[in-house]
Write a protein that binds this ligand. Structure first.
Ligand code: PLP
Length: 405
C-alpha cells in the first residue's frame, strides 16, 4: 500500500518544545522512570489553582453554552477584553476589534495565515516562543530572526532589527514579557521599535500573555498604547495569568491605525468564521477573570510563591559552575547559558537528552527557541522550591561530570 506522506508545507515547520526530547521522556516513563518535567509553562499541574470565581462562572454557564457563539467570541468576553485594553491606554478599540480564540496559539496561527503570502518576511525575536516561527513558516512566510542581546538583559537589538528589514518585511513580533528569557521591555525600547515599524510600514504583533507575571520593579507597557498611527495586534489570554491553560481561552485585539488593516480584518473574520467559534463554556471565564480579584498579584509579590520560586531557581542555577542566567523579570522561565567550551558541547539537544537519561529531569534546549548561537536551556520554575532544589542539584551533578564526546 502507498505511504500516506505529510504535506510538504510542514517540512520546515518546527515546534521542538514538544519534539524528540519529549518523546524520549515518554519512553522513559513507559519504562517506569519518574521524569521531572520542567519543560512546559503549564501552572495547574504544579498546584497553581485557578481563581474560584472563574471555575464557578464556567460551571454556572455550562447549561447555556451548548450552542455555537459568534465567530469572534461572546459579547461579554469581548467587552471585558476591550475595556481591559482601554484601561491600559489603548485608544480606538471597539468590540469588532476583539477576537476570542482557543488559546493565543490558535490566534497566532490565524493572524499569520490571514497576513502572509509566499516570500513575505516577518521579524521575530531570537530566542522566540517557537510557535511564532512555526506559524510564519506554515503560512508560507519567511521568518527572519532579530537578535536579543543577553548582555542588555535580552532586550531586542534595534540595530540588528534595522539591518534585517528588506522590501519584503511585513511585520515585527515582540514577546513581552518574554518567553523564554523573562525580559520585560522598557517604554524607551518599545518606542524605538515603533519608530522602526513606522519607517517601514510594519504591522506590530505583541504577544503579552505574561503581562501580569512581573517581578521586582518590572513594569509592563502595552506597545499598542504608545502610538496610534500603526496597526497593532495584541495577544493575551487566561492560560498563564489565570492558570487555566487547559481552558484554551485567549484573545487578540487590533488597534491603532485600523484603516490600514481593513482587508486584513476581512481575512481574520473569514478564518474566525471557518472554525465557527472558540470553545464557548470557557469564554465565560474571560469577563470574570479580567474583572475579578487578581490573585496573580499575590503570587508575584515579594513573598509570593512564584516570586520565591523564581529566586530559588535563578540563585541555584547561578551557583552551578559553567552556568549563568540573566535574572528573569517576568513570566515563569529561567533561560540559562551553558559555557559550551567547558563541556565541549556541540549539540544542545544532545545535552538535554543526556541530562534526561542520566538524571530524569526534562528541560528544553536553547535551539528549540530558534537561537542558533551559543548553548542554552530553559527551565520552568513552577514546582515548589524544594522540588526545584532537588532538580537543580541533579542538574549540577550532571554538569559536574559532563563532557560531550
Ligand atoms: N505565547 C507565548 C509567549 C507562550 O509562552 C504561550 C504558551 O506557553 C502561548 C503564546 C500559547 O498560549 P495559549 O495557552 O493561550 O495558547
Amino acid at each position: 500500500m502507498k505511504q500516506i506522506v505529510k504535506s510538504s508545507k510542514l517540512n520546515d515547520v518546527c515546534y521542538d518544545i514538544r519534539g524528540p526530547v519529549l518523546t524520549e521522556a515518554k519512553r522513559l516513563e513507559d519504562e517506569g522512570h519518574r521524569v521531572l518535567k520542567l519543560n512546559i509553562g503549564n501552572p495547574a499541574p504544579f498546584g497553581f489553582e485557578a481563581p474560584d470565581d472563574i471555575l464557578k462562572d464556567v460551571i454556572h454557564n455550562l447549561p447555556t453554552a451548548q450552542g455555537y457563539a459568534d465567530a469572534k467570541g461572546l459579547y461579554s468576553a469581548r467587552v471585558a477584553v476591550m475595556q481591559y485594553y482601554q484601561q491600559h491606554n489603548i485608544k480606538n478599540i471597539d468590540i469588532e476589534d476583539v477576537f476570542i480564540g482557543n488559546g493565543v496559539s490558535e490566534l497566532i496561527v490565524m493572524a499569520m495565515q490571514a497576513l502572509l503570502n509566499s516570500g513575505d518576511e516577518v521579524l521575530l525575536p531570537a530566542p522566540d516562543y517557537p510557535l511564532w516561527t512555526a506559524a510564519v513558516t506554515l503560512s508560507s512566510g519567511t521568518p527572519v530572526h532579530y537578535r536579543c542581546d543577553e548582555q542588555a538583559g535580552w532586550f531586542p537589538d534595534i540595530e540588528d532589527i534595522k539591518a534585517k528589514i528588506t522590501p519584503n518585511t511585513r511585520a515585527i513580533v515582540l514577546i513581552n514579557p518574554n518567553n523564554p528569557t523573562g525580559a520585560v521591555y522598557s517604554k524607551e525600547l518599545l518606542l524605538e521599535v515603533i519608530e522602526v515599524a513606522r519607517a517601514h510600514g510594519l504591522v506590530v504583533f505583541s504577544d503579552e500573555i505574561y503581562d501580569k507575571i512581573l517581578y521586582d520593579d518590572a513594569k509592563h507597557t502595552c506597545i499598542a498604547s504608545l502610538a496610534d498611527d500603526l496597526l497593532f495586534v495584541t495577544f493575551s489570554g487566561l492560560s498563564k495569568n489565570y492558570r487555566v491553560a487547559g481552558f484554551r481561552s485567549g484573545w487578540m485585539v487590533l488597534s491603532g491605525n485600523k484603516k490600514l488593516g481593513r482587508s486584513y480584518m476581512e481575512g481574520l473574520n473569514l478564518l474566525a468564521s471557518m472554525r465557527m467559534c472558540a470553545n464557548v463554556p470557557c469564554q465565560h471565564a474571560v469577563q470574570t477573570a479580567l474583572g475579578g480579584y487578581q490573585s496573580i498579584n499575590d503570587l508575584v509579590q515579594a513573598d509570593g510563591r512564584l516570586r520565591l520560586q523564581r529566586d530559588t531557581a535563578w540563585r541555584l542555577l547561578e551557583q552551578i559552575p559553567g552556568i549563568s542566567c540573566v535574572k528573569p523579570q517576568g513570566a515563569m522561565y529561567c533561560f540559562a547559558k551553558v559555557d559550551a567550551n567547558r563541556f565541549n558541547i556541540r549539540n544542545d539537544e544532545q545535552m538535554i537528552l543526556d541530562l534526561l537519561r542520566q538524571e530524569k529531569v526534562l528541560l528544553v534546549h536553547g535551539s528549540a527557541f530558534n537561537l542558533k548561537d551559543g548553548c542554552y536551556f530553559r527551565l520552568v520554575f513552577l514546582p515548589h522550591a524544594d522540588v526545584l532544589q532537588s532538580a537543580l542539584g541533579k542538574v549540577e551533578r550532571f554538569f559536574a561530570g559532563y563532557l560531550q564526546d
